[in-house]
Design a protein around this ligand. Sequence first.
Ligand SMILES: *Cc1c(COP(=O)(O)O)cnc(C)c1O
Length: 355
Amino acid sequence: MCTDHQWINSAIQKLEADFQRSADTHLIKLDLPSLEGIDIYLKDESTHPTGSLKHRLARSLFLYAICNGWVGPKTPIIESSSGSTAVSEAYFARLLGLPFIAVMPKSTARKKIEQIEFYGGQAHLVERSDQIYAESHRLAKELNGHYMDQFTYAERATDWRGNNNIANSIFNQMKMEQHPIPTWVVMSPGTGGTSATIGRFIRYQQHNTKLCVVDPEQSVFHRYYQTRDLSVTHDCGSKIEGIGRPRVEPSFIPGVVDEMRTIPDAASVATVHWLEGILGRKAGASTGTNLFGALQLASEMKQRGETGSIVTLLCDSGERYLDTYYDETWVKENIGDLLPYLAQLETLQASGVLA
Ligand SMILES: *Cc1c(COP(=O)(O)O)cnc(C)c1O
């Protein structure tokens, strides 16, 4: 508990000043002539100072925790994370002069651990991804710290009605496009927070847009969406970093999701390799999950003779994953054969249909 208003004021001031110095992220229009009449956009979240969409979440979580009196001038911050959130939280913890410990599975990309340490945070590694929650609770108790708990608070720490949230930004940036109101927004769930924000914003603003949530194979979200059974778990960690969870996270709000699809891991990885040829840049694998889902929808629209726009997210840069998704041997051993999906993507580029 913190009731030190002077510290609270100065902490909020630092977070707001940091925001004031920052720029919004770009909305990139993909050049895919074969899809004529169907425009695909990527909201490029890799350009945040800490490299992913988790920059938004980390900022919101700190503001929420401080305004709730959960964090004071010396409170150690603990977080359970598959990496990206911890990188962003380490940045904000340093801005506020707070100690930061990330509890992560040992499979987490080396680059992310290095970045957490770069921002003065500590990495506390556990064997399996389903152990991060209990270990975070334990550490927070032992150190008299605050467990940030992104998986619970992501959906409520963000102002879903507007206030510069990601959905607000997307719809503003779309204003002068051929199809300014997207037919679909596509997003993959990690916490589920971004999907919740986008889905609620669409409904609140009365937009005629549907939200498609795309889940990787090793995840419970799509199983939960079909059955609404909260107790469903999965003991094999997702191979797509940042998304797919072994348990149903409290921040995943199924009621705002119009459609859910499961995307094979090989399709996700193939899609980021294919995207590099179009964009000249590497993206993380969750961007592949998002884009493959968007391309499926586009291909179906094309076959029905529909036009419109589809927006999805470029969640983080591929430079973080040079030794995994961009390493041929690693991909062969962990993901499998990309060729069938690369062939489908080439067909799409030639004909506008994914087949
Ligand atoms: C967290 C994350 C996501 C999913 O976002 P949520 O808002 O947590 O559902 C997707 N991709 C990457 C790289 C992430 O770090």
